[in-house]
Design a protein around this ligand. Sequence first.
Ligand SMILES: Nc1nc2c(ncn2[C@@H]2O[C@H](COP(=O)(O)OP(=O)(O)OP(=O)(O)O)[C@@H](O)[C@H]2O)c(=O)[nH]1
Ligand SMILES: Nc1ncnc2c1ncn2[C@@H]1O[C@H](COP(=O)(O)OP(=O)(O)O)[C@@H](O)[C@H]1O
Length: 235
Amino acid sequence: MPLCPSLGTPVARAEVDTAVEQSHIPCGVTMEKKGQKSPAFTLKDRTGDGETIMILTSLRLSKVLQLTLAVIKPDAVAHPLMVQALHQKILENNFLIVRCKDLVWRRADSERFYAEHAGRFFYQRLVEFMSSGPMRAYVLAREDAIQQWRELMGPTKVFRARYTSPTSVRAQFGLTDTRNTAHGSDSAESAQKEISFFFPEFCAKKWMDREEPIYRSGQTRYDHLKQIHTPLVPS
Ligand SMILES: Nc1nc2c(ncn2[C@@H]2O[C@H](COP(=O)(O)OP(=O)(O)OP(=O)(O)O)[C@@H](O)[C@H]2O)c(=O)[nH]1
Ligand SMILES: Nc1ncnc2c1ncn2[C@@H]1O[C@H](COP(=O)(O)OP(=O)(O)O)[C@@H](O)[C@H]1O
């Protein structure tokens, strides 16, 4: 059973007498007594010596957190107050900031990242724009982070965003269809690739295994200096 998918796809239920490794328990598995839901369970040892390995007295039933890549594009980073407002919007919308970095792309980075759009009429202006100045990248965590961040960004086209999602980031801050303020991964697969692109040192699989349960249970604090959420307990 896939207990800890690397980007937080919801996990399956496990029944109480299923062999469950202790290390897998915090990864979002919902334990259930056969035939009845209960907040307390005894997990049986399957090593053969008959000893109980763990008793769970309370379980959080919330969904596993999902990771996404969010980028504040150069049109917004050019204005410090806009960056602040967007950072605040991320926090107000209950995203946990796992990583945050400011960076500048070379043209080659821009071309590589947007290779799927090569040949489209906006490709040249897009790669030029994305390497025209500093931007800010985030690894964000939340339930359904990918969809939630895309909803908060609004539609790609700014003019449409202003009509259909007037409170969205692109409606409020976007300038044109190219200079549309923000980027967000559009699937779990692209989130994985894009997080590695911007944060090659970050291992999403390791974070999901070790830190996701800590973040999900609320044992984090917001570090005002680093501008990210950090765990309160060692992972
Ligand atoms: N099909 C097509 N649409 C275009 C082309 N150039 C611009 N558009 C669209 O026309 C609309 C208006 O674009 P503009 O407001 O002129 O955008 P811009 O001033 O070029 O600014 P940037 O998008 O930031 O480069 C947008 O929806 C574009 O997608 C083009 O060559 N072909
Ligand atoms: N019609 C367009 N005109 C100008 N720029 C565009 C257009 N469509 C897309 N782009 C630019 O290319 C980026 C990538 O496009 P796409 O992946 O389709 O959208 P999204 O960023 O919403 O996932 C957009 O964010 C935008 O900056």
